[in-house]
Structure formats: C-alpha cells, structure tokens
Write a protein that binds this ligand. Structure first.
Ligand code: SAM
Length: 313
C-alpha cells in the first residue's frame, strides 16, 4: 500500500470550476501534483484529457505515477518547479494548455514525516525542503543567515511581531553551536517568546511557516508561476489556485484583480495612460470557494484552503 496519504482539498470546487469542453482533446497542467488526488479525478471525468503533472518532490511523483497509471500515456510527469511550467510544457511540445491547477503548500506526508522537518510537533532534522535534491535546508537558513535576513524572514513570511527579538536570539544561540533539530528551534521559540496564548496560533507554527517559505522560495514561485500560467493558457482556459494562508492568497487575489482589469492607472487620473489590457475574467467575481462543513469533518486541513478561479479571455 502507498505510504503517501493526502486527501485532495476542495475537490468538488475544483471539479465544478476547472471545466473543459467535452467535444475535443484538451490539455492541462497540474503544477503541484502531490499524490495525484485532484489529477486522478480530472482524468477520470475527462477521458480526452492529457495532463502534465509537475512536482518538486520525488516521493510525491512516485506515488502519483502509481495513482495515475490507469490513464496510461495521457499522463506526463515532471520533477521540477511550477514556476518553470512554460519550459516544462515546451519540453513535451506543448505551447498552450486548456487548464492549470495549483494546489500550493505542503502535502500531508511532507508535514507528517518527522524526517522531512516541516512540523514543529515532531522532532526531526531542520530540513523542510520540498525538493530533496536542493542544497538549501532550514538548517542552512537558520545557521548561516544574517540577523537582518532572519528578521526579514520571520517578519515577512511568518508575520511575527517579535521577529527582531527572535532573530537576535537565534544569532546569540548560534554562539553555543549550530541548530540541529526542529526541537532545538522550538525550545528557542519557547525560551524567547514564551508559550503561545490560548486561542492564538502557536509561535512555532509561524516560525516554521516562515522558514519553509524561505527554504522553498514559495512566494517567488507563486508569482513566477502565475505569470507563466497566464502565458500558457489558451483563450477560454481556466486556472484554479488553492492557497492555504493569507500571504499566498493575497498574491493570487492581486494578480487576478490586476490581470482582469482594463486599466491599472493610479486612482484619480483624468485619463487612462497605462495601456494595460485585461487578459483574464473572473467567473466567480472575487469570491473564493472554501471547504464545506462536510469536508472539514473528514479533513480538518482544508480549514484554511481558499480556491480562486480565473479564465483567459
Ligand atoms: C498540497 S500538495 C498537492 C496535493 C495534490 N493536489 C493532490 O491532490 O494529491 C502540494 C504539492 O505541491 C508541491 N509543490 C509545492 N510548491 C511547488 C513548486 N513550486 N513547484 C512544484 N511543486 C511544488 C509539493 O511538493 C506538494 O507535493
């Protein structure tokens, strides 16, 4: 049995809004293939669909390969980043696609396996790499970044009020030796900022989120990926993006808003001088799809998920 257990989030919303014409062959990219949960549903629903599945994580790709075997040569797998989706698509001769799915963030196995180092609840190495062939681990960021850089990471990616205090404490603590495990970092968070107040997100959650985003360059990936998606989508093609925290959702919301606007001049200008052209429409306007009570009962990890949809004009 596969050890990769991940329940696809907002699957109903994805199936409802990432739609394809039934009468012709269609192509899509799943830029965050994971275990292939969403992709398998789409491949089942559309027998004429060909899919390029991209993931940075070899373990995810291995698992998806098994799950999607039923679709035979309709599936192409690629170990890489979705920020490079255009290059990956071109490498199999695709110049455009009819749909794109990005279910960004971490998979359940990445969080649950202590040896991946993503979770502060389990002790493990300070790793947090989605792509285990990359050189940049959480340990490297924590042990070698300057105090200023650490402060920026904690403030921008963890939205931590005490970012400066924590960065200072990391640098002080390094004088005694390198941080080796997730437990070392949790202890420093507790010693420096105290135990988290009841009802608030635990401080280590925010610190680990911040490091993970830095290690995997997640926000840069999202910005580059959205631009690549816009170029690749053919007219009428849709992009569906599922995000899990406000930093990501803000980027998606802003991108969709800007690219669906016919003018991006600063407010108050008497005439438009930006020359901007709308390239997207928003079928749900600016609404987001979130998990139903039923879904939350089966998968509490869907609680923060937000699905946004845009269509190429
Ligand atoms: C939430 S899981 C996707 C789960 C998938 N939709 C499913 O139903 O099984 C996110 C996956 O995206 C991958 N990922 C995250 N950022 C990526 C990036 N920039 N490029 C490629 N893969 C990425 C992660 O390695 C992880 O496997």
């Amino acid at each position: 049995m596969s050890t990769f257990h991940h329940i696809p989030v907002l699957a109903e919303g994805v199936l409802e809004h990432l739609v394809f014409p039934a009468e012709r062959k269609v192509r899509m990219i799943d830029g965050t293939l994971g275990g292939g949960g969403h992709s398998s549903m789409l491949l089942e629903k559309y027998p004429q669909l060909e899919l390029l599945g991209i993931d940075r994580d070899e373990m995810a790709l291995e698992s998806a390969a098994k799950k999607l075997a039923f679709a035979g040569d309709r599936v192409h797998l690629c170990h890489g980043e979705y920020a490079m989706m255009k290059e990956h698509a071109l490498s199999i001769g695709w110049e455009s696609v009819d749909g794109i799915l990005l279910d960004i963030g971490v998979s359940s196995p990445q969080i649950d396996l202590p040896e991946r180092g993503f979770s502060w609840r389990n002790n493990g190495p300070l790793d947090m790499r989605m792509d285990q062939s990359s050189d940049v681990t959480a340990g490297r960021v924590l042990n070698f970044s300057s105090e200023e850089e650490l402060c920026r990471i904690f403030r921008e990616y963890g939205e931590l009020r005490s970012a400066a205090k924590l960065a200072r404490a990391v640098v002080e603590r390094r004088k005694e030796g390198f941080f080796g495990t997730t437990a070392d970092l949790v202890k420093l968070c507790d010693d420096t900022l105290g135990k988290s107040a009841p009802g608030k997100l635990p401080v280590p959650t925010l610190v680990f989120q911040a490091l993970r985003i830095a290690v995997n360059r997640e926000l840069e990936q999202l910005e580059e990926g959205l631009n690549g998606a816009l170029e690749l989508l053919s007219p009428g093609g849709r992009i569906a993006v599922i995000s899990f925290h406000s930093l990501e959702d803000r980027i998606v919301k802003e991108f969709f808003r800007r690219e669906s606007a016919s003018c991006v001049c600063p407010p108050g200008l008497p005439v438009c001088c930006c020359g901007h052209k709308a390239l997207l429409s928003l079928p749900l306007r600016s609404k987001v799809v979130t998990a139903s009570k039923e879904e939350l009962k089966n998968n509490p990890r869907a609680a923060c998920a937000k699905l946004r949809i845009a269509e190429k004009l």
